[in-house]
Design a binder for this molecule. Structure first.
Ligand code: PMP
Length: 402
């Protein structure tokens, strides 16, 4: 068989590695809504953009001060490749406090954000010829994350009929001898659903039988509205094969700091170390110092942020459930809410474009997260309540015209 044709640069005629096609993708029409909204806002138009989720809160002042103090103290040089020991210890302690998982700091690897943690982990676990199972609708970057490893992504649907929960039969059917890992995120982006103990038991069974890793993205783990998040790493059968990936982005309103971690098992930390050595060469020490301060105590600002997200979630869920032709399941965690518009008979992309044109409200079409998201729109709660009230009024007005 002849090797596949390499992608060629349209301007220079130079060839690229095949890998560039694994991460690129077409970019679906669904995401165009976010671009349109950003352009309209830049032009000063009266547009509300609720497509993406970045906490609209400042990082607590004490954490910012810690970074400044650290920089002034000269902590601006290379440092430990896998993370400074006090931070690895603080992460291990936090994980134990939040989830009960006993973590050895040597198994913690500090990375610039959960995104990098997921990328690096998949590079260590899967490659060409392998398969990685994902739950769909899925967080938008997962397909490219799996693609970048060279593996093939296999979707397990989370259907709205099951309240976006896993059907164990679908999970079992997706597993093949090539499956290397299951990649999932709970509390779930985009649906706001939390994983149940029964679902974890079903996952544990397949992972245990087939020596499959579980890569558990827990970036919304501390933002829950009722029950606490159950970390898969403490589920019987998953303790020695779960990689927990988390960050300070959402928990501490620190998305721009790029500070996250992966908690591995066995030799994974040393493989991650080698990968990060050739890719990254360590995270900035002043950011790691600030992260130690972030994890060392509770912050009133963070409690206020959590309470505010809870209030927003209740507000929007109540408003939406009062609207004709729309409904929603209030999210159990995370900063998004899925609005069910199946009763309108419109597809989610069509609905989103028409809503944007009519009312200047940008919501993300659910199909952009996978086929099971069709008939839904994802609304981000990361805007003040007054903006969300206005958005709900616009949505209700639009629904009234259908
Ligand atoms: N996982 C999920 C599910 C997310 O929603 C996000 C951010 N939107 C990330 C990972 C990336 O987080 P980080 O900023 O820590 O890289």
């Amino acid at each position: 068989m002849s090797p596949p044709l390499r992608p060629i640069d349209a301007k220079t005629g130079m060839p690229y590695a095949h890998r560039v096609t694994w991460v690129g993708g077409e970019g679906s029409r669904a995401w165009r809504i976010h671009d349109l909204a950003s352009e309209a806002i830049a032009e000063g138009q009266d547009v509300i953009d609720l497509t993406i989720g970045d906490p609209d809160f400042d990082t607590p002042t004490a954490i910012v001060d810690a970074a400044v103090t650290s920089m002034r103290a000269g902590r601006t040089h290379y440092t430990d490749m896998a993370g400074i020991p006090p931070l690895r210890e603080a992460i291990a302690e936090r994980q134990q406090r939040l989830t009960g998982q006993v973590v050895d700091p040597d198994d913690v690897v500090v990375v610039p954000g959960a995104q990098c943690g997921l990328f690096s982990t998949l590079q260590c676990l899967a490659g060409p010829g392998d398969e990685v199972v994902m739950l769909e609708p899925t967080y938008a970057t997962y397909e490219a994350l799996v693609g970048a490893s060279g593996a093939r992504a296999v979707n397990v649907p989370l259907s709205p009929e099951r309240g976006f929960h896993i059907d164990p039969a679908d999970l079992a059917a997706a597993i093949t001898p090539r499956t290397r890992a299951i990649l999932m995120n709970f509390p779930h982006n985009p649906t706001g659903v939390m994983i149940t103990k029964d679902e974890l038991a079903a996952i544990a069974e397949v992972c245990h039988q087939r020596d499959i890793w579980l890569v558990s993205d827990e970036v919304y783990g501390s933002l829950t509205y009722g029950e606490r998040h159950h970390s898969p790493a403490t589920t019987p059968g998953l303790e020695d094969r779960t990689v927990v990936v988390d960050s300070l982005s959402k928990s501490h309103a620190m998305t721009g700091w790029r500070l996250g971690w992966a908690i591995g098992q066995g030799e994974l930390a040393s493989h991650l170390y080698n990968l990060l050595l050739c890719q990254l060469y360590g995270c900035p020490p002043f950011i790691q110092d600030a992260a130690v301060i972030a994890l060392s105590r509770e912050y009133e600002e963070i409690d206020v942020m959590r309470a505010e997200f809870a209030a927003r979630r209740t507000l929007v869920a109540e408003r939406v459930n009062d609207m004709p032709l729309a409904a929603c399941l209030p999210p159990e965690g995370g900063m998004f809410l899925m609005i069910d518009i199946r009763a309108t008979g419109l597809g989610s992309v069509d609905f989103a474009f028409r809503l944007f044109e009519a009312e200047g409200l940008a919501l993300m079409p659910g199909v952009g997260f996978g086929p099971s998201g069709e008939g839904h729109l994802r609304l981000s709660l990361s805007s003040p309540r007054a903006v969300l009230e206005d958005a709900c009024a616009r949505l209700a007005r639009f629904l009234g015209t259908l």
